[in-house]
Design a protein around this ligand. Sequence first.
Ligand code: FAD
Ligand code: FES
Length: 260
Amino acid sequence: MKKVENAVVIENKKIASNIYDMFLKLDDIAKESVCGQFIEMYVDNGVNILPRPISICEINANEGIIRIMFQVVGSGTTYFSNLKRGDIIRVLGPCGNGFNIKETDLSIIVGGGIGIPPLFETAKRIKGKKVVVLGFKNRNSVILKDEFEKLGAEVLVSSDDGSIGFKGNVVELIKEKGIAEKNSIIYSCGPIPMLKALSEFADETNIECMVSLEERMACGVGACVGCAVKVFDKDKKEEIYKKVCTDGPVFSSKEVIFDA
Ligand SMILES: Cc1cc2nc3c(=O)[nH]c(=O)nc-3n(C[C@H](O)[C@H](O)[C@H](O)COP(=O)(O)OP(=O)(O)OC[C@H]3O[C@@H](n4cnc5c(N)ncnc54)[C@H](O)[C@@H]3O)c2cc1C
Ligand code: FES
């Protein structure tokens, strides 16, 4: 069950351009989390009231440790970047639904930029053949590549400027390499244009695709509708709104209406 805990910062270090890798000691939340879920981190700076959603990158339930990775974009993430070993931060979690891992011939794990972290614990839990496709702005923004490789997965990289790997986006790379097989399943997280293109690719090739949306949030607990996304309800055969914070962040690509 979701709860608020005082987390102790174990480590917080800068690992790429504006990106931090943080380990938090969080007993109950760590034990109850699954891959693809997120935590809400409070910003106790006397200014920001709302917590900030950050995906769970890695879970060590035995030691009660959760790893997160975040990009500094505003006051909340700046506050997190300044936290030091031993500092305390209030955290609500685990939040959202996470990825539903299934057995299949080939799992294709596709991440873009700061959407990559929740896919790391996901990749650890996926058994069998897996290909990881990571998209970055440039070589200075590369995260987790080596760690995915250590999991034994084939790792392919693209970058917008071609400074590392394939020049282009992850969907172009998947098409170029002809990776997808008939019974593949895609697990993905990243910017909306990437997820939209991936969803179209999944439709064209008739492959199952799960997308994790990082919509802007306010309350984070289902009360304000600030994170609503339009989806197609196949039972009711109509468009409805779902909340990313409680119904997601992971959805089937078939239900999300990306043009809304
Ligand atoms: C389910 C979920 C999981 C997330 N996981 C991660 C993660 O693992 N690592 C990470 O770095 N970030 C993640 N985010 C995004 C993160 O929550 C925001 O970057 C953060 O809340 C910004 O807080 P801030 O106070 O620093 O910036 P603010 O001052 O609130 O905003 C600064 C700028 O960032 C924009 N912004 C704020 N939130 C978002 C968002 N969700 N998407 C796009 N732009 C936004 C604002 O419009 C503004 O331009 C996730 C978001 C969601 C909803
Ligand atoms: S953020 Fe308030 S309902 Fe989702």
